[in-house]
Design a protein around this ligand. Structure first.
Ligand SMILES: *Cc1c(COP(=O)(O)O)cnc(C)c1O
Length: 401
């Protein structure tokens, strides 16, 4: 963005590629080290009674105990907040810790919440089963039913929780519409934006109240750590931080270091993953042995219009159905040599999952089909390998059909 006037004192914000490397880091470096120090400690010591009293009575900010904060974690929080355009952020030991702590900080017994039906399996389970123990009522709504959503809001509705894009069909929630509906009734909006990352989608700019991230995926990006974050305005995030101190889903400093290191290359990686995923989606869509491809930036995706208007990239996940039977699907998967078979997404290695055999193995075929989990459905989470090599690997599998 060019400055209107060179005398304009307003500071131009550096681009996301720069902020991913520098945001949140103090410029004076500890022992002149260019990388972030890992403050591997559980406790922080006081020099004497004066320092204790400055802290306890005069409100001097400092670290005290690992569960209440750690300097390496603070840098990760500052960087994530900067990337997402948030006032504040709390990091957690996993995405689920961020989600459950956030939800618990917002509800009281007698409250009601709304969540969409294709949310992350464990998030749904938590809302549907555990919140009941605290007399919090939960309505699970079909994704995309905006009229139903507005009708479902009650006097005691505290928030609407959804994801965008969702798993595995990569449905896109119209965030502008969501915000308008929520505002008419004064309820909060929470979006799990893990599949999008702040490179592709920035829900806070649409007025969404809180963004949840499983940093395990694209943000850390190397399939080597678990981490989570909640981001939003200070007044809301402060309450979550308070509860986090009791819930104790604390991320350790070494893990924060790996998250910070991963973040430095996150815009590069995700830009590459956007590109490769689109190329693979286009290739598969034309393939005679492929039944259907789901990718938000393909014209054939039901939410193509909204996806391309509220996102700047389609993300690194491509979902598709091969032709044939469950047995054919197994043959396809077993022939792959480059793509690893496994859950998760967002890392540098390409991963493929077959939801019917993994996440839904304990469902009957009929139950699975009701949820759209067919015998030949695959979710491909592209890594940063060469697109041609990934396509060649998929071709190797498709040849077996
Ligand atoms: C992985 C994931 C989570 C859970 O995050 P963890 O870091 O595994 O706890 C939540 N939401 C979405 C959309 C995810 O993909």
């Amino acid at each position: 963005m060019a400055l209107k006037n060179s005398r304009n004192k307003q500071k131009r914000k550096p681009a996301i590629a720069t902020r991913a490397i520098h945001a949140g880091e103090p410029r004076e470096r500890y022992a002149d080290s260019i990388t972030t120090p890992i403050v591997q400690t559980s406790t922080f010591v006081f020099s004497g009674s004066d320092e204790i009293e400055n802290f306890t009575h005069k409100g001097k900010l400092r670290y005290e105990y690992g569960r209440y904060g750690n300097p390496t974690a603070t840098i990760a929080e500052k960087r994530l907040a900067d990337l997402e355009g948030a006032q504040d952020c709390v990091v957690f030991s996993s995405g689920m810790s961020a989600i459950t702590t956030t939800i618990l900080s917002l509800v009281h017994s007698g409250d009601h919440i709304i969540i969409t039906d294709d949310s992350y399996k464990k998030t749904l389970e938590f809302c549907r089963s555990y919140l009941k123990q605290f007399a919090v009522e939960c309505t699970i709504l079909p994704f995309g039913d905006y009229k139903g959503l507005e009708k479902a809001i009650k006097k005691n509705t505290r928030f609407i929780f959804s994801e965008s894009p969702t798993n595995p069909y990569l449905n896109i929630f119209d965030l502008e519409k969501l915000k308008k509906i929520a505002d008419r009734h004064g309820v909060l909006t929470l979006i799990d934006s893990t599949f999008a990352t702040p490179l592709n989608q920035r829900p806070l700019e649409f007025g969404i109240d809180l963004v949840l991230q499983s940093c395990t995926k694209y943000l850390a990006g190397h399939n080597d750590i678990l981490a989570g974050a909640v981001l939003g305005r200070t007044a809301l995030v402060d309450k979550i931080r308070d509860l986090h101190k009791s819930m104790g889903g604390t991320i350790d400093p070494h893990c924060c270091y790996l998250l910070l290191r991963g973040l430095k290359t996150f815009p590069l990686r995700v830009a590459r993953q956007n590109e490769t995923a689109l190329a693979i989606a286009r290739h598969l869509e034309k393939h005679p042995r492929i039944k259907r491809v789901y990718y938000p930036f393909l014209e054939s995706h039901p939410h193509y219009k909204i996806a391309t208007s509220q996102m700047t990239g389609g993300g690194g996940v491509v979902t598709f159905e091969t032709k044939g039977t469950l047995n054919d699907a197994k043959k396809f998967m077993d022939a792959l040599k480059l793509c690893f078979i496994g859950p998760s997404l967002g890392g540098v290695e390409t991963l493929i999952t077959h939801p019917a055999l993994v996440s839904y193995y304990d469902y009957t075929r009929k139950q699975r089909y009701q949820l759209g989990i067919t015998d030949t459905l695959f979710r491909l989470a592209v890594g940063i390998e060469d697109a041609g090599d990934i396509i060649e690997d998929l071709e190797r599998g498709l040849h077996k059909l």
